[in-house]
Design a protein around this ligand. Structure first.
Ligand SMILES: Nc1ncnc2c1ncn2[C@@H]1O[C@H](COP(=O)(O)OP(=O)(O)OP(=O)(O)O)[C@@H](O)[C@H]1O
Ligand SMILES: [Mg+2]
Length: 250
């Protein structure tokens, strides 16, 4: 098997008495699309923090593209090719949509001049934001803010895209549009790790799914099989509104 694009090994992280990762190990291959489900507070966003460098694990190691990045700062990881969105969108509200993406290309991908402009416009086209290029980010609707969050992550020209609940709060047609955008990016070779409570969006997009609970991976495999797993149903789906995807299981 080839070296995975991302590898976490023996990751442990606690906030006081709350353990969000307990000797967790996980690999993602280049170009793979992985979905992550799990109960609220399971540590899903914290896991992204340890991949993107916002959080430091107490123990364990993280590798990306063959290099250990456990202690690397977030900007170095962005440059290495890890792009992420935040569960709560974090645009520069006073900058326009175009400027927000342009900044990410400058800072995250090291682009300059005409190349940076062309890249930002391409990202806006792909994410359906081109018509809003000159709108200040602070004036966007929820869907538009979610798209901008995705566009800002893409602006950094990632090899691996980490999506944290980008479908939450959207209408069904909006979720469908988002699934199309992410699926197209994945089809072009981008690695995607997508945390989502809108389970059917994941099922439409990813080839593999994990369920996180109690600080570890409790199920890992083909999405419909993971959703049909009794442990997953008990820990997550049993209590949630999104049981229909598992009901339709094989
Ligand atoms: N910086 C922090 N300091 C203290 N506690 C934190 C911090 N970040 C997260 N936590 C706690 O760690 C636990 C896991 O949080 P996390 O945000 O990773 O969960 P999650 O799986 O993303 O949940 P959700 O599905 O609700 O987004 C929660 O109990 C949360 O309150
Ligand atoms: Mg979260």
């Amino acid at each position: 098997m080839t070296e995975p694009l991302l590898r976490l090994s023996g990751i442990t992280k606690s906030f006081g008495k709350v353990t969000v990762a307990d000797d967790l190990s996980l690999s993602v291959q280049a170009g793979e699309a992985l979905g992550i489900v799990g109960p609220n507070g399971a540590g899903k966003s914290s896991l992204f923090g340890m991949i993107s460098g916002d959080l430091r694990p107490d123990r364990g190691k993280v590798w990306f593209a063959g290099r250990e990045i456990t202690g690397a700062p977030p900007h170095a990881r962005t440059r290495a090719g890890i792009g992420r969105t935040y569960q709560v969108p974090r645009p520069f509200s006073h900058l326009t949509v175009f400027e927000n993406v342009l900044v990410c290309g400058h800072q995250g991908a090291g682009l300059a001049g005409r190349q940076a402009w062309a890249h930002a416009m391409d990202v806006l086209d792909r994410t359906g934001l081109a018509a809003l290029a000159n709108t200040p980010a602070g004036r966007l609707t929820l869907l538009q803010r979610k798209r901008l969050e995705l566009a800002r992550a893409l602006g950094t020209a990632p090899r691996l895209l980490l999506l944290d609940e980008v479908a939450g709060g959207l209408t069904e047609p909006e979720v469908h549009e988002l699934v199309e955008v992410v699926s197209r990016l994945h089809a072009e070779g981008l690695g995607v790790v997508w945390i989502e409570h809108v389970v059917h969006a994941l099922v439409s997009t990813v080839g593999r799914m994990i369920c996180l609970a109690g600080g570890d991976v409790v199920a890992d495999g083909e999405p419909m099989r993971v959703l049909a797993d009794p442990k997953v149903r008990e820990l997550y789906l049993g209590a949630g509104p999104e049981t229909s995807a598992a009901e339709e299981g094989p």
